[in-house]
Every structure is written in C-alpha cells, then in structure tokens.
Design a protein around this ligand. Sequence first.
Ligand code: AMP
Ligand code: GLY
Length: 428
Amino acid sequence: MKVLVVGSGGREHALCWAISNSPLCDALYCAPGNAGIADVATLVPIGSEDVDALVRFVQDNAIDFVVVGPEGPLVLGLVDRLTALGVKAFGPSAAAAELEGSKGFMKDILAKYGVPTAFYERFKDPDAAKAYVRKHGAPIVVKADGLAAGKGVTVARTEQEACDAIDDALVGGRFGAAGAEVVVEEFLDGEEVSFFALCDGENALPLASAQDHKAVGDGDTGPNTGGMGAYSPAPVLTPDLQDRVMREIILPTVKGMAAEGKPFKGVLFAGLMIMQTPAGPVPKTLEFNVRFGDPECQTLMMRLKSDALAALVAAADGVLDSIDLRWHDRTALCVVMAANGYPGDYAKNTEIRGLDKAGAVENVTVFHAGTKRAEDGRVLSVGGRVLGVTALAPTVAEAQAAAYKAVDALDWPDGFCRRDIGWRAVGR
Ligand code: AMP
Ligand code: GLY
C-alpha cells in the first residue's frame, strides 16, 4: 500500500514509525511531517488543514490509505472527501468527529444512550447559565462547546469563577464561534485516565490505557499544556475496569453513533474519571477525542507488537472483528521536551544536539514533534512541544529511568522537561 499520514507532531512520528515497520507498507508519505518523520517517510509540504491540497496529493499520487493524526482535518471533513473519491482513510467523518468538535453534541449522545458522565446543561444565554451555576453551586465545570485549543475548560472552584468563565465565552467572545455555546457540568472528583479503542462503525477493539501529564511543571503545577508526558498502561484501569469501560462507555457510544446515522470509525479516545464510591471504583466519561492522544500515542505504538497498519486498515474496512492485537506487557513512558517558555511564548529555531546519543539508549525511541532539519543538516526546534523521549521497560520505574537517561544525553539548553513523568504509577 501507498500510505499518507497527515500531521506533524510526535503522535504522527509514532504512527509513521509503526506503519513503516508493516509488511503491508510499500511507500509512506507524511504531510507536513517533521525532521524525525523524514527518517521513515517522504515529507510532503502540505499543511494538515489544507484539505483541498491533501485530496489533490492523494489523487495525483494514487495513495491507497490515509491516516489522519489531528482532529482539525477530521472536523473539516477530510475523511468524507477521501471516502467520496473511493480512497480508504483512518479517522471519522466530519459528522462523527463532532464527538470532539462539539461538547454539547457529545453530552447529548451520552445522555441519550445512557453512557455514564457528569450531569450537565447546554447554554447560549449567560444569565440562564449563571442561574444554573447558582442552583448547583461550586465546584462546577464550564466548557466552551467547540474546539478551543485545549483552553476551553474551566474547572471553577467558586461560583464567581464559573460566572466569569461563562461571561468570557458567551459575552467576551474569548473563543470566538467555538464559545458561542457552553456546557456547564457537574464536577467529578477522582483519578483521570485515558482509554483508547479502535472503532469500525459497528465494533470496537480495545487498545490500551494511558495517563497524561497536562500541567507544565513538576508535581502537576503551572498552566496546562497539550501534554508533558505519558505512560501506558495506567495501573488505575484494572482489567475489570477496562471491561466495564468497553461495555458501559465505548460500545454504547459506537452503537449510538451508528443509530444516529453517524457511524464512528477511527480511534475513540475517552477521557475518564475513575471515581471512588462505597461500591468500588466507577468510570465516568469526561470527554471524547476522535484521534490518538499526543503523547499517549507514542506510548501505545511502542507497546503494540501487532501490525499497526493492518489494524488501522481493518478499522477503516469495518472488519475489526477479524483482528486480534498483541501487546508488550511492559510499560512505555514518554517524556516530552518542550521549548523554554512553553506553553507561553518560546524561541524557535534553536539547535538540538545529542539526538543520536539519546536514541542509542537501550529501549528508547526519540520521537520528534516540533522539529525541522536546516539545510546544513542541523535539527532545529520549531514548536512548543519538540521531542517525545519514549522508553519501553518491564516496570514503569525502569521505563522512567531509561527515558531520563536519554533526556540527559540530549544537548539542548533551550528546552526543558518535567522530571516526574510517571510519578503516580511509580508511587503505586
Ligand atoms: P477536556 O478539555 O474536556 O479534556 O477537559 C480538560 C480537563 O478538565 C480534563 O482533563 C479534566 O482534568 C478537567 N475536567 C473536565 N471536565 C471535568 C469534570 N466534569 N470534573 C472535573 N474535572 C473535569
Ligand atoms: N494529550 C492529550 C491530548 O492529546 O489531547
């Protein structure tokens, strides 16, 4: 097969790395890719949201299969366009991508099909939203309906904070059209975990659990980021709980979306809260994403023993029931290296040295995110999150040690990382 991966982050490097190892893959392209991806794929200089140009490239180059990494092109209908042309693609239609693109839509689907989640209401009118906040009290959560680059959620400790968030979105227009409607929902207390499942419109196949570290600083301090590190599996999601998540959350959502005439194909990424109750732990849905997590994907691809491309094609073909995935029993752990200043302003075009030394550490793969290769061969940083140093080892403590050994082999004074990725699981 001739395969095109769309995107340019660490997630896409991990996908390209796994796909390039598949015997089904004859040629691999990535648009637009990065310096690390260039080692395993041919880079195509087309932005991931330039749907017209991507479709043209696919036609001109007789691409057989397209794997869409980020949510942007999914919500813009890239998969619909490819499907209409008879080109196979991994990822949901625009209608199904609304599970991530509209929190209100997602909550309505969960409510209609009985999937456990926080109670909620949708609002366009700020006064009605604030009345709801006063009725239920704080803590309470306010979410912009649409895609807001990870900044649309306010976990409000006080009613005032919730009302300010409502005004910011509905009156101040802080998120533009994405914030013209808000969801106000119950605050759920517990431990967060991510769970990934492949879906083919009718069936779902469990992948694995992972835990992300969203805050920029050690000890989960400072502002939130796209994710400063992750590990898989997450011990909080025991096999029993995983079965329950499949039965109570993933499968009813997939069946519900099919019943709505919006069958979900691709990867369903469920953000879950595991709540401790007198009757034992209970999983509830915080959110859905319609793509792999970044950096969670890096850990999943390191753990996957089976042919990743075959699994993605089976999801697109609607034959997931014919697939059986094998996983390394070991733990994968990814430490993100970010440019100094991230998630605020940061410098670009700083030189990264020591990549070969870091990559030579046993059981470590250095995935690139925001990098490019200069004409003179140097690797430069061009994004906020720049590298995902990922290790696979028998225990989470060993994976952590290997990943930081590789981090310490890097020579990049303009970057930083958290030093405590995996602390929760190491503590267990
Ligand atoms: P989201 O963008 O929906 O993933 O939300 C961002 C973060 O806000 C989540 O990872 C949670 O930490 C937190 N969050 C979202 N919804 C809730 C909720 N109902 N209760 C508590 N925390 C939440
Ligand atoms: N790491 C969280 C995400 O990809 O949304």
